[in-house]
Design a protein around this ligand. Structure first.
Ligand SMILES: Cc1cn([C@H]2C[C@H](O)[C@@H](COP(=O)(O)OP(=O)(O)OP(=O)(O)O)O2)c(=O)[nH]c1=O
Length: 221
């Protein structure tokens, strides 16, 4: 079964490549705006499912021209990373602008938040259906989907306005949940983590491999 990583995150690509698996990558674009008072669990589960649905739709939009290059059974991997404040309710996403980043960082300063990454593995199969004109049409249909969510606690040192200003200017925070990258300059703000490091970077690697193994095992029985 072929694996598709449906993500435009270079970090996820790089992490999955470390497992020396064969996989291809496609980008999906969805609206990632949290709903009012949406709980972290609901938000993150909705995101990975929506990314998977967008990937299936994208495959089906081009299936007639690309099916010679596609396996009939595919596993699509989608993932989403958020920060969660100690209240267990506040979701930290990518900063919309500098002020948004500062607001998040003020709440994370000298405090411990959690980073949650959800991963969904979606097994799809190419099936041939009859159309009303008696023609055949091929579409990918979902056979099975499984999700996991991994949580890592991250403690920040006390932050000053000057530190926040310098960091924002670096450009690193813009495309990252909670407005920091532990794999980059953001490491200087982290005094301690408890849990998976790769989870913070965007893909909990060992847990993702276990999820893949699980869905591959059940798919072939
Ligand atoms: C906390 C943290 C997040 N991040 C990143 C991981 C995710 O890529 C990003 C959160 O945004 P996501 O929406 O999870 O992912 P994405 O938009 O980058 O990619 P795609 O939806 O196409 O898969 O924040 C880091 O790189 N380092 C960190 O320390």
């Amino acid at each position: 079964m072929d694996i598709i990583l449906a993500s435009s995150s270079p970090r996820r690509r790089e992490l999955l490549a470390r497992a020396q698996l064969d996989f291809t990558v496609m980008s999906v674009d969805i609206d990632e705006t949290p709903q009012d008072n949406e709980l972290p669990k609901n938000y993150i589960e909705r995101m990975v499912a929506a990314k998977a649905a967008a990937a299936v739709q994208q495959l089906n939009d081009t299936v007639e021209t690309s099916k010679d290059n596609l396996a009939e059974q595919l596993i699509i991997l989608t993932s989403d990373t958020i920060g969660v404040l100690p209240d267990g309710q506040t979701v930290l996403v990518k900063p919309a602008d500098r002020e948004h980043a500062y607001r998040m960082w003020q709440q994370m300063s000298d405090n411990t938040h959690e980073v949650w990454t959800a991963v969904q593995a979606t097994h799809v199969s190419l099936v041939s259906t009859h159309t009303h004109t008696e023609n055949h049409e091929s579409v990918f249909q979902v056979v099975k989907q499984q999700q996991i969510t991994e949580r890592t606690a991250v403690t920040f040192i006390p932050l000053t306005t000057e530190m926040m200003s310098c960091y924002w200017e670096s450009g690193e925070p813009a495309d990252k949940a909670g407005g920091y990258g532990i794999q980059g300059l953001g490491a200087a703000w982290v005094s301690r983590i408890n849990g998976s490091y790769t989870n913070v970077v965007g893909l909990p690697l060992s847990q993702t491999l276990a999820l893949l193994k699980d869905i591959l095992d059940t798919g072939t029985h």
